[in-house]
Write a protein that binds this ligand. Structure first.
Ligand SMILES: [Zn+2]
Length: 199
């Protein structure tokens, strides 16, 4: 078996491809996206970064991760707009991709088919543990998927779930440490049961 890993690619010989970095809150998705994009920049690749205009937690212009290791980006309203900004570009980064429309799947396919390397970071599940927006579809068409993990705040195991600690049924709720906690499956199931018993 030949493993096809992001680390084994020569940056400058990169062909069009799709990479997805997904996981729960606090799993380091954005940090990993930034690491890959910075490496591409060092290799003199032309890099462009997009994020949904909805995500304005920090600054309008920057993709900012929780450790404020930032890289500048373009906020956009719909996935189709990405195609308007990507002529003369080698690498496209997309952060918080779960908030985009499902058109993002076809947009990423088009970009990769045109020889562009597309790196997508996003939440794979919402707070209910359900597949989130275009991420599942993007995982299906991706050349490589990296599932990253946080650490369960209850027991220290690897965490795949983002448990919402405030009462709201809205799927799109941008938040920080006060509103979410990363949990492993066992602790998440217990916490969700507790949430329901308390309502
Ligand atoms: Zn746990």
């Amino acid at each position: 078996m030949v493993l096809f890993s992001e680390d084994q690619i020569q940056e400058t010989k990169m062909r069009g491809r799709i990479e997805v970095i997904c996981g729960s809150m606090f799993s380091g998705k954005t940090e990993e996206l930034i690491r890959r994009l910075k490496r591409a920049k060092f290799a003199r690749q032309r890099v462009e970064i997009f994020k949904p205009a909805i995500d304005t937690r920090y600054s309008e212009e920057d993709v900012v991760s929780h450790d404020s290791n930032s890289i500048s980006s373009t906020p956009i309203d719909s996935s189709a707009s990405i195609l308007l900004f990507t002529s003369e570009i080698d690498v496209v980064g997309i952060d918080e991709a779960q908030f985009f429309d499902n058109g993002l799947i076809e947009v990423c396919n088009q970009l990769a088919n045109n020889g562009i390397r597309v790196i997508i970071a996003g939440l794979d599940m919402d707070f209910k543990g359900l597949p989130f927006g275009p991420i599942p579809g993007l995982c299906a068409i991706a050349d490589e998927v990296s599932k990253v993990h946080a650490i369960c705040v209850k027991c220290g195991q690897l965490a795949s779930f983002s448990h919402r600690t405030v009462k709201s049924e809205k799927q799109v709720l941008l938040g920080e440490t006060e509103e979410y906690e990363p949990l492993c499956r066992e602790c998440y199931v217990r916490a969700r049961k507790g949430d329901k018993d308390n309502t």
